[in-house]
Structure formats: C-alpha cells, structure tokens
Write a protein that binds this ligand. Structure first.
Ligand code: UGA
Length: 439
C-alpha cells in the first residue's frame, strides 16, 4: 500500500487494522518491521495520501477498492489441522465489509488463499440480495522479504484474476490501471480467478522445490566430495534451468513456503490427487531433513557430544536483511542443540527480539548477544545460519583465539571463505562440500 501511495498521488490509501499498537507504530518513527527502503517510502507518503488507522468501518465505507490482507495461517484445529489454511479472519472481514458498504466495491484478495476461495467470498458478499454489488479479484503478492521495496517497484509481473464477465473484466481493468502508474502494461497479467489463486501457491511451491532439490544434492556432495556450488553454477548456466534459487542452505524458512505447500498438498488430497500431494509434500519433508541433518552433522563431528559445550549461532532470521524469524531453520537447529544439552549463544543484528519470543520456553539455556565477538567467545563451535553480510568480514583470527580448541565452524549458508578459515586453524564444515578438518 505504501508503494501504491508513493506511485499514485491521485489515490488516497488508508491502511486499517484492529491492532492499535501496530497502527500507532506505523504512525511513528519506528515502523514495526525492518525492510530496506520502507522507512523512506512510508515517510514520504504518510499524511499526504497514505494513512494508518484503526477505524475499520469508516475505512470500508470510504473505499472504492479494498485490499484484504488478513493473515491466513495454517489451521491448528479441526479438519485439515496442520495443513489447510485457516480462513476465519478472511470470512470475518468479508462479513464486516458487507455490513459497512452502501455502494459497489471491488474486493481484492491480497492474502494467500486456497484456490476457489474467491467463490466463497463472493457468495458471502453478494448473498444478501441488496443493491450493493461486489466484484472479487485475486491479486497475489510475489514480493520477498528483505527486497520488498525493490520487488514492488520493479516486479517481474503483477497478476490479476477476475471473473471473465463484463463486470469482472471491468474491475480487472480498474486494478490494472492502478499498477500501470508505474509497472509496464505487458508485465500486468490477467487471468481467471482460479488460475491467479493457484499461481500464487504454485510459484512458492516451485521456488521451495528448487531449494529442496539443491539441498538434497548437497548431501550427496558431502558424501562424494563434489562441490554443491560448482554443481549449482554448472547447471545454472543452462538458460532453461536458470541460476536463481540454487543456493544450498541449512533449509528454507519464512512464513510462506511451508504454509503454502502444505495448503497445496491439502487441496490436492481433497480432490483425491494423492500422488500430486505426495510429490509436493516431499519438498517440505526434505527441508525438515536438511535442518535435522545439520544438527546431526554438528554432533557427529564434535565427537558425538555437545552436552555442556557452548555453541554460537550467528544469524537467527530466516534470511538476511529481515528481522523475521518465522519458520527460520535457526529455531529448529537451536532447539536440536539444546536437546543435546548444549549451551547456545544466539546472535543476530535484527532478529533478537523475535528470537527471544521463539525460544522463551528454553530461555535459561540460551543467551542472546548481538555482538558476534562476544557471542563466540569461549565457544566450541560456530553455526552460521543466516547469510548476513557482517558475518563475512569478521576478524576470525580474533574469534578463533577466544574459542575452545579444537574450534569448529559450520557454515549453513556457504558465505565464508572456508580455505582461509581452515588455514587459520578452524575445522570447517560447509553445506555440500567436503569437510576441512585438522584431525
Ligand atoms: C517468498 C517468495 O520468494 C516470494 O515471491 C513470495 O511473495 C513470498 O515468499 C510470500 O509468499 O510472501 P520470502 O519467504 O520472503 O519470499 O523469502 P525467499 O527469498 O523466497 O526465501 C525463502 C527461504 O528460502 C529463505 O529461508 C532463504 O534463505 C531460502 N533460500 C532461498 C535458500 O535456501 N536458497 C536459495 O537459493 C533461495
């Protein structure tokens, strides 16, 4: 919404939410999330044509176009628990829109939703036989955290799904015109609503599948002394494969990949497509295995015990340039180490507040230390779990001198200079590479 406000001064954009604290943060100098470039964007438009408010009913009444961006987490109860999307917030919002509208409106699904949700929404919105008509569009979001502003400013595509009726196409065009203020027309794609809804889940499933594919082969590389970066480079130069999303890692995290794939799996099962469901489910299973494998690798290389040993975790966010820790591999790995009775120092430049919440039930065994030098002091091993730039250029000689020997470093993101670290005296274990050890 900040990008729309910035690019379209002729529109008045109001963001409403029930969470008063969140709204007041959006109105303050300290925005509630860290995202490069977002502060400048919000500050430029706020008070001009971008407003944050808790007056939801008024916001609904005044709007011609409503983007519904409520969360659709994985259901934790009842039918489909652990798999399906929980649509209660979506439905409540639809009913609230219905109760507060006295003229026609376009409703845009921005939340990630199961295919055919728009139909249900349309039934709720247009079921009361009143004179107010709602046109429901699907306009999934493809931005990635950490590069959100860049992605929005220059998207690969904008996807807008609508009914293929006269009214549906008219609404589709109206939304296309909003984006056309800064996005080239040929990048604004129209489709039917179901294709649009399904494309969102499919895009994330394909991206996650690439990460799981390369991670699966990282294990084979470790066993055979092939090097996963060389393999990724070699296959990525094939223009049909492409070189993006081929970085082997400790596993993918984030609030979307796992949730969206499980949702896709659930939908496939509900149509009796069990082979399709199993195929996509394996992407998530492989990711869980990769996280587990990382802990087991640490354990076996550290003489089969980490009990009582101090381990420094460098990076807790699910990726660099964000403070977000949702589904971060670091959560699972830290817990795995704690189960083995290790003492863990967690360090991260932006994610420590979230890390404290994620680990609050085991907080007596974890210390949260932002300074990487202090976090690694006296430790037996370092695990690099987020690819923050600052970890690439630390003074590793100084760090090694402060550690217990033999000192281990497990690079879960392949961002360090492994040969140099080995020459300094570290035993180095990277993803998808032969270990470099002094014993
Ligand atoms: C993802 C998609 O990339 C966005 O297009 C989508 O809009 C978004 O989900 C969403 O549905 O909201 P995001 O979760 O922010 O975006 O982050 P990604 O950059 O996709 O990374 C996801 C995870 O995969 C991270 O943990 C990252 O470290 C990992 N990853 C990514 C790898 O391990 N290797 C890679 O080569 C790429």
């Amino acid at each position: 919404m900040a990008m729309i406000a910035a690019k379209c001064p002729q529109y008045r954009v109001t963001v409403v939410d029930i969470n008063e604290r969140r709204i007041s943060e959006w109105n303050s100098d300290n925005l509630p999330i860290f995202e490069p470039g977002l502060d400048e964007l919000v500050k430029a438009a706020r008070g001009r044509n971008l407003f944050f408010s808790t007056e939801i009913e008024k916001g609904i009444r005044d709007a011609d176009i409503i983007f519904v961006s409520v969360n659709t987490p994985t259901k934790t109860f009842g039918q489909g628990a652990g798999m399906a999307a929980d649509l209660q917030y979506w439905e409540k919002t639809a009913r609230q829109i219905l109760a507060n509208s006295d003229r026609d409106k376009i409703i845009v699904e921005k939340s990630t939703l199961p295919v055919r949700t728009a139909k249900a929404m349309e039934r709720i919105l247009n079921g009361n036989q009143g004179n107010v008509k709602f046109e429901v569009l699907s306009n999934p979001e493809f931005l990635a955290e950490g590069s959100a502003v860049k992605d929005l400013e220059n998207p690969d595509r904008v996807l807008i799904g609508s009914r293929e009726t006269g009214e549906g196409l008219k609404a589709r065009k109206e939304l296309m015109d909003v984006y056309a203020n800064w996005v080239q027309r040929e990048k604004i794609i129209g489709s039917n609503v179901w294709s649009s809804e399904l494309s969102k889940l499919t895009a994330n499933a394909f991206l996650a599948q690439r990460v799981s594919s390369i991670n699966s082969l990282s294990a084979l590389c470790e066993a055979t002394e092939a090097d996963i970066e060389e393999v990724a480079y070699a296959i990525g130069t094939d223009s049909r494969i492409g070189n993006k999303f081929l970085k082997a890692s400790v596993g993918f995290g984030g609030s979307c990949f796992k949730k969206d794939i499980l949702n896709l799996v659930y939908i496939c099962r509900s149509y009796g497509l069990n082979e399709v469901a199993d195929y996509w489910d394996s992407v998530v299973r492989l990711n869980e295995w990769q996280e587990k494998r990382f802990v087991l690798n640490m354990l076996s290389n550290m003489f089969n015990t980490v009990a009582g040993k101090k381990i420094a975790v460098l990076g807790f966010a699910f990726k660099a340039n964000t403070g977000d820790t949702r589904e971060s591999p670091a959560i699972y790995i830290t817990r795995g180490l704690i189960e083995e009775r290790a003492l863990v120092n967690v360090s991260d430049p932006k994610a420590l507040d979230n890390a404290r919440l994620d680990l609050k039930d085991i907080k007596e065994r974890v210390e949260f230390i932002e300074d990487p030098y202090r976090a690694t002091e006296g430790s037996h091993a370092i695990a690099v779990l987020t690819e923050w730039d600052i970890y690439k250029n630390l003074d590793y000689k100084r760090i090694l001198d402060s550690m217990v020997k033999p000192a281990f470093i497990f690079d879960g993101r392949n961002i360090l200079n492994h040969r140099e670290l080995f020459d300094l005296g570290f035993n180095v274990f990277a993803i998808g590479k032969a270990p470099l050890k002094h014993f």
